[in-house]
Design a protein around this ligand. Structure first.
Ligand code: ZN
Length: 221
């Protein structure tokens, strides 16, 4: 099939996506939309359409289920993402990973920069790379800037699991998938993670699969 020469304007594309009320289809790795930097949001969707689109992203994230979803993952090349993590994990896991609950929020035109030197490495997965997980070492704390869906400025420091989520989602808007940053030897099927690597930290996996973890940096209390 030939590639259409003209892509529909974004608003038209989003209207078409929202023609049904269900979760939106999620685009899988291999689609170029996941590899292009998304367009900064600058009113391409009017406020009502933006609100409907955000609601659809949230619905899709819940249905998956996932803790974040970026617009390119439903084929829309705009710098918009949603995150929400009720963090239903055992206390031991919560402490090791800093997985504190993250309320629903919308990231519009987000960017991040590391705060400090500490890095944290954990298994991570992506709705666009179904069936697999891998260990990604990321800055443990980041400063996120951008705005929310109402155009209000955001400038906030994230740590723990929420820092990982906002980095993962912002990376999507730059055409970056977590596998680009992952330790290749850690690649594990969801089943292997469930059966073998569900410890709070990936230390056993690192020993058994043969990959390095960043040196422990004492976390500020
Ligand atoms: Zn993802």
């Amino acid at each position: 099939m030939s590639t259409p020469r003209h892509r529909p304007p974004l608003a038209e594309q989003v209207e078409e996506l929202l023609a049904t009320d269900g979760p939106l289809p999620i685009v899988a790795a291999g689609d170029p939309v996941l590899r292009r930097p998304a367009e900064p949001f600058d009113g391409q969707l009017d406020p009502a359409l933006l609100a409907r689109f955000v609601a659809a992203l949230r619905r899709t994230m819940h249905a998956a289920p996932g803790v974040g979803l970026a617009a390119p993952q439903v084929g829309v090349a705009l710098r918009i993402a949603v995150v929400e993590d009720p963090a239903p994990v055992p206390e031991e896991v919560r402490r090791a990973r800093g997985r504190t609950p993250q309320p629903f929020r919308v990231l519009v035109n987000p960017g991040y920069e590391p705060v400090g030197e500490a890095r944290a490495a954990f298994f991570e997965g992506c709705l666009s790379v179904p069936g697999w997980q891998a260990v990604v070492a990321r800055p443990a704390r980041v400063r996120l800037t951008g705005s929310d869906e109402h155009g209000r400025a955001v400038d906030e420091v994230f740590s723990g699991w929420p820092a990982r989520i906002v980095q993962h989602e912002t990376d999507h808007l730059d055409g970056v998938l977590y596998v680009d940053r992952a330790e290749p030897r850690s690649l594990s099927s969801n089943q292997a993670v469930a059966e073998r690597w569900n410890q709070p930290t990936p230390e056993e996996a690192a020993r058994a699969l043969g990959f390095d973890l960043p040196k422990r940096v004492p976390s500020p209390k």
